[in-house]
Design a protein around this ligand. Structure first.
Ligand SMILES: Nc1nc2c(c(=O)[nH]1)N[C@H]1C(S)=C(S)[C@@H](COP(=O)(O)OP(=O)(O)OC[C@H]3O[C@@H](n4cnc5c(=O)[nH]c(N)nc54)[C@H](O)[C@@H]3O)O[C@H]1N2
Ligand SMILES: Nc1nc2c(c(=O)[nH]1)N[C@H]1C(S)=C(S)[C@@H](COP(=O)(O)OP(=O)(O)OC[C@H]3O[C@@H](n4cnc5c(=O)[nH]c(N)nc54)[C@H](O)[C@@H]3O)O[C@H]1N2
Ligand code: SF4
Ligand SMILES: [Mo]
Length: 685
């Protein structure tokens, strides 16, 4: 009889759902990964991607031993080496650079795994001790998060489970079925109880298909829509005057701004009809409880921060916050109880104040020669939990940066991604089934513990272990790295994260999850986390940042032009998670190949039929893919679902060949969905 065990864990992916997992292990091999039925949000259900987790874990392409580059940069030629050889050499190289210029070393990481230990613990201690450049982690959510913080005082909002009790749900800039499945399950309960669902999205997404109404606005025009909704709430007096008077700041000023936006004006800007806007305003002004599931899809444009501020004001106008099933949810990560300073030890920087480099401009950063303002040229980059060559904007520059022969690059990875191809060393990392971690969530308000279900595959080591081992090699060159805090185990780091908080580690060990104690309706009686304690419609602090203190509509950087007449967005494909899973055969088959969704009229104008091979291009570059006339793109819009690896593309590029490195109004974030292109059919040869 095989020995069967069931191990509790957490999904590590960058997804608001943070599901609780149960892995079935037979004689040391993981045979099944399922949702934990005891965890209410997960409810025993996983998405298609993580249901296939064993296929990814035991994938033949896993990197299972340290690799050293043996050919030219980017040639993909590597030789296996021992851990000791790799770590000793890396420590030497980093130490050598750090002696003269620690800021010439740059860590580059994002949320390939969201666990606190494997994404922001021992790595931070290591780079703080070194004095390396700091990384501004802006690639996903900082426009929206900072905008929300400038309005509510934090990344706070409705509890996701209470959407089940709402009577009206605006699903705004979110393809929930694809990217927030467990929220969608609550919306379905509400729908069965008579709620109306409205989707606000330029693309007719899988979610739009299932909503009662769909407002297919032009990308980057959400602030104009929100201001017109306010206009209608004001002229029809669908306002909660008492809530406005007690719990908001700057109402008179916001009112004056909103009155500049009659629906006729917004309809023009948004590419909607006046009736659509009036009807949405009527629903929003007269239905209780009314809830907004705002998501990050609408903040990847120049005015993304202002748009989030405008939308975030809406619930206060109608007093929606009074009910636990009313209000808005963008991110719940502000309730995290984790003791990050204990885990990351910023004090290891001492008196040093290294520069901060923006990950969303990694192309320009790596190509910069260095000067007084920028500081030293980047000489070494250590990448983990991210695949910048595929996911960062304007990838021709990113690829050129990583191809620099004089850049020393270390990549901790599971697979030979586009980024790993450019490494000097690739270090094999464990997956979630092989290591400890602890997780908060940005879509619900529980904490989860992940225990290792199986032993590390091959010679893989956890990120935590790799930075501990690197520190122990550094200790031979610099005694500061011999300190005891460089030996804390991954499990000890999990414990330290919740020590002296409301979360009981023993409960996590037993059940795998714990609830953060919270009120049902966070802003029912104001109590915003802002300096004024109010919802800050008008936020004077923004003036110091050079930003309009009232939310405003800011047009896109790249409105369509004669040369590039089509707006391109590139939201996630349902069966991939950013560039993760694109190499898992069963999932890649479902997404088929890189596609560009087009409106049939835009296609006909260019002699394009469904399935044709296309050139999508602008002044920055060109991407070859295939036409999909599936009815999802509106007129004037094309949609390149992401994010394939560059090397999977027909001409060795992906959609980010076309995107630019300009930043959002608030939050210094990329503008992936603010991008104009032209499309041409490629004649079959
Ligand atoms: N299956 C799957 N799930 C994922 C991911 C994935 O890659 N695959 N990625 C994860 C990550 S990292 C994140 S950040 C989230 C992302 O998920 P979301 O926060 O939901 O954001 P996006 O998927 O970028 O975009 C969501 C929707 O916004 C629409 N949109 C684009 N531009 C605009 C606009 O200007 N206005 C409006 N109103 N809508 C617009 C897009 O068409 C898309 O349907 O999902 C996570 N979940
Ligand atoms: N055009 C366009 N570009 C986009 C977006 C878009 O919508 N359109 N979305 C943007 C968004 S929202 C985001 S969040 C970023 C995401 O960009 P990234 O954060 O780079 O996410 P992934 O592409 O999933 O790459 C994560 C990598 O981490 C690795 N990994 C996972 N777990 C571990 C681990 O435990 N250890 C180590 N060492 N490695 C691990 C995986 O194998 C994977 O290769 O992309 C952005 N790029
Ligand atoms: S990717 Fe999201 S929906 Fe899928 S298992 Fe992970 S947390 Fe759950
Ligand atoms: Mo993201």
């Amino acid at each position: 009889m095989p020995h069967i065990a069931q191990v509790r864990g957490a999904c590590p992916h960058d997804c608001p759902d943070t599901c609780a997992l149960i892995t079935t292990v037979a004689d040391g091999t993981a045979i099944k990964v399922q949702g934990n039925p005891e965890h209410a949000h997960t409810d025993g259900v996983l998405c298609a991607k993580v249901s296939k987790y064993t296929e990814r874990t035991y994938h033949a392409g896993r990197v299972l031993q340290p690799l050293k580059r043996s050919g030219p940069k980017g040639s993909g030629q590597f030789t296996p080496v021992s851990w000791d050889e790799a770590l000793a050499d890396i420590a030497q190289r980093l130490h050598h650079i750090a002696q003269h210029n620690p800021e010439a070393i740059l860590p580059y990481s994002y949320a390939g795994t969201m666990g606190l230990v494997q994404s922001e613990s021992m790595d931070r201690r290591f780079f703080h001790q070194l004095g390396a450049s700091l990384l501004d982690r802006t690639i996903c959510a900082s426009a929206g998060s900072e905008a929300l913080t400038h309005t509510y005082g934090g990344k706070l909002g409705m509890r996701v489970e209470f959407f089940a009790e709402s009577q009206l749900i605006l699903i705004w800039g979110s393809n929930s079925i694809a990217s927030n499945l467990h929220f969608w399950r609550y919306a379905q309960v509400a729908k069965r109880n008579g709620a109306k669902l409205v989707c606000i999205d330029p693309r007719k997404s899988e979610t739009a298909d299932k909503c009662h109404e769909h407002l297919q606005l032009l990308p980057g025009t959400d602030a104009a829509l929100a201001l017109a909704l306010m206009h209608e709430l004001i002229v029809n007096n669908w306002l909660d005057h008492d809530y406005l008077a007690q719990y908001t700041q700057g109402w008179e000023a916001l009112k004056a701004r909103a009155l500049e936006w009659p629906p006729e004006r917004s309809a023009q800007v948004c590419g909607l009809t006046v009736e659509q806007i009036q009807s949405l305003a009527r629903d929003y002004g007269t239905t209780k409880p009314a809830a907004i599931r705002l998501n990050y899809g609408m903040q990847r444009v120049r005015g993304g921060g202002n748009a989030v501020r405008a939308i975030a004001c809406l619930p206060a106008l109608i007093g929606a916050w009074r009910n636990r099933a009313g209000g808005l949810l963008l991110s719940s990560s502000g309730v995290s109880p984790f003791n990050r300073p204990a885990v990351q030890m910023p004090q290891l920087l001492g008196q040093r104040r290294p520069r901060t480099l923006n990950m969303s401009q990694i192309g320009d950063v790596l190509l910069h020669e260095g000067d007084a303002q920028f500081g030293p040229k980047v000489q070494a980059v250590v990448v983990y939990n991210s695949n910048p060559v595929a996911v960062a904007p304007e990838s021709a520059k990113v690829a050129a940066g990583f191809a620099r022969e004089d850049l020393f690059t270390v990549v901790l990875e599971h697979f030979m991604t586009d980024t790993a191809d450019n490494a000097d060393y690739v270090l094999p990392a464990t997956t979630q089934l092989e290591h400890w971690d602890i997780h908060g969530s940005y879509g619900h308000t529980d904490v989860l513990l992940n225990r290792p279900a199986i032993a590390p595959e091959g010679q893989a080591r956890s990120n935590g272990q790799i930075f501990r081992d690197l520190a122990s090699h550094m200790a031979r060159l610099d005694s500061a790295f011999a300190a005891a805090h460089f030996s804390d185990s991954d499990e000890a780091l999990c414990r330290a994260a919740v020590a002296h908080t409301a979360i009981d580690f023993e409960e996590l060990m037993e059940r795998g999850f714990a609830h953060i104690p919270l009120p049902d309706a966070p802003f029912a009686e104001g109590r915003f986390a802002t300096p004024s304690g109010k919802c800050e419609f008008d936020n004077p602090a923004l003036a110091r940042l050079g930003i309009n203190t009232l939310p405003d509509y800011i047009p896109n950087y790249e409105p369509p032009t004669a040369d590039y007449p089509l707006a391109m967005i590139s939201p996630p494909a349902r069966n991939f998670l950013n560039s993760t899973f694109t190499n898992v055969a069963s999932l890649a088959r479902m997404e088929d190949k890189p596609m560009l969704e087009m409106h049939p009229d835009d296609a006909a104008l260019r002699g394009i039929t469904d399935g044709d091979r296309l050139r999508v291009f602008n002044a920055r570059g060109e991407h070859v893919c295939h036409a999909s006339l599936n009815g999802r793109a509106r007129l004037g819009l094309v949609v390149g679902l992401g994010i394939w690896w560059r090397k999977q593309g027909a001409n060795g590029t992906n959609v980010n060949e076309l995107t630019h490195q300009k930043l959002t109004d608030i939050g210094r974030a990329p503008c992936f969905y603010d991008c104009a292109v032209q499309v041409q059919r490629i004649a079959p040869t």
